[in-house]
Design a protein around this ligand. Structure first.
Ligand SMILES: [Zn+2]
Length: 388
């Protein structure tokens, strides 16, 4: 029997997240912000065609699943984007067959479906998902190569299933319930070990022709720069991500630079024990080197955002992911660099750069909410069968 762990949810809220702004339907900007119903909320992210979801369908609970490198989290999400119950299990090792990961998903879904009247399942996974949202073309953490996940799971579960790239799911959640509400052209950036990206345009997720849009982390910003696992050099995520932060901090520490001494002291002199959260913690405590490292990451973030503004001209950038926990230590230098680098600066409206509001649960909430469009179809099918 696999170990499934219940995740304790705060009363009426998301785990470990400030619940009040979310409960009030407010973004990160809090009480000063108007509570706009997002324009085009009824279009439901699927494509350019207008999809109108009846209010009853918008309220249906669905299950969202977030498949990460270490854990699989599943949650029942209600129509307000709140997680009602959440479970987690360990992610099977990369070497395991795709079926083992499916087993974990099926087990989590069936357990939640025992206790909740759910109507569809949305799966968010790091990796490339095809434009039909049914196949995972490639996943870095799992043994999925052109895997027909949607079909395999729909066959085993009683529910309709949709598969979504994790950054797309997170962007959708922020647009529906978080820091992106009311914005017609939203670009989401998730700063984790690498950079994830997604675009929500006029109420649909812009996935590109093949489902692969939003790989902003692999835009080249430094010709001949640091080598990237994608095979190229000088990718943006080599300069602005958790991995970049850790690489720079460890390099300084390994060079026995005196400026790295306070940071090294925090890990008992062990260079390999330096992590991103540790650097952030040191910067918060006033460590000048840690602050400078975050400043560099933030500056590169701003440069990349200015490039994206040149290409896409969004109204708002929402910045999420683990590194964004550094808050203004990261976003203030990003804002400065963005203003300095923006093409046509001084002669154009500037996009806002705001922190994400939904934290780690954004992917799960977004995947569940995107599955609602299928819940309607599912219901219609059931009804027409019953009528026959
Ligand atoms: Zn790359």
């Amino acid at each position: 029997m696999r170990r499934i762990v219940p995740v304790v949810t705060q009363p009426g809220g998301r785990t470990g997240q400030p619940v009040l702004p979310a409960l009030l339907g407010l973004g990160q900007r809090g009480l000063g912000q108007r509570t706009l119903a997002p324009r085009g909320a009824d279009r439901y992210g699927a494509d350019r065609r207008r999809r109108t979801l009846p209010a009853g369908v918008l309220r249906l609970p669905t299950i969202g699943i977030d498949i990460g490198g270490t854990k699989v989290v599943a949650g029942v999400v209600n129509g307000e984007g709140r997680i009602v119950e959440q479970l987690r299990a360990e992610t099977p090792h990369k070497s395991k067959s795709p079926k083992v990961v499916e087993d974990v998903i099926v087990e989590l879904v069936l357990e939640l479906a025992d206790r909740h009247d759910v109507h569809a399942v949305g799966i968010g996974a790091a990796g490339w998902v095809d434009a039909d949202r049914s196949r995972v073309l490639f996943a870095p953490h799992l043994n999925w190569r052109n895997e027909p996940l949607r079909e395999a799971l729909s066959d085993r579960l009683k529910f309709p299933v949709v598969v979504e790239n994790d950054a797309n799911a997170a962007a959708w959640a922020e647009w529906r319930f978080g820091a992106g509400r009311g914005e017609d052209l939203l670009v989401m950036i998730t700063l984790g070990t690498g950079i994830g990206g997604a675009v929500v345009r006029h109420g649909y997720v812009d996935r590109g022709r093949h489902g692969l849009a939003g790989e902003f982390g692999h835009m080249q910003v430094v010709p001949g720069g640091h080598r990237c696992p994608c095979g190229n050099r000088g990718c943006w995520e080599q300069y602005s991500s958790g991995n970049a932060l850790v690489r720079e901090a460890r390099e300084l520490a390994a060079a026995e630079s005196p400026v790295a001494q306070p940071l090294l002291a925090r890990v008992g002199g062990e260079v390999a024990a330096i992590t991103g959260p540790l650097v952030t913690e040191a910067a918060r405590a006033g460590d000048p080197m840690a602050t400078e490292l975050l400043h560099d990451i933030g500056t590169w973030l701003g440069v990349g955002l200015a490039n994206l503004a040149a290409a896409l001209d969004p109204g708002r950038f929402v910045v999420g992911g683990g590194v964004s926990a550094a808050g203004d230590l990261l976003l203030a230098p990003a804002q400065d660099a963005f203003r300095r680098t923006l093409t046509g600066r001084g002669f154009r409206p500037e996009a806002q750069i705001v922190p994400a509001a939904l934290g780690n649960e954004a992917g799960l909430i977004g995947a569940a909410d995107l599955a609602r469009a299928l819940a309607r179809r599912f219901r219609t099918v059931k009804r027409s069968r019953a009528e026959r």
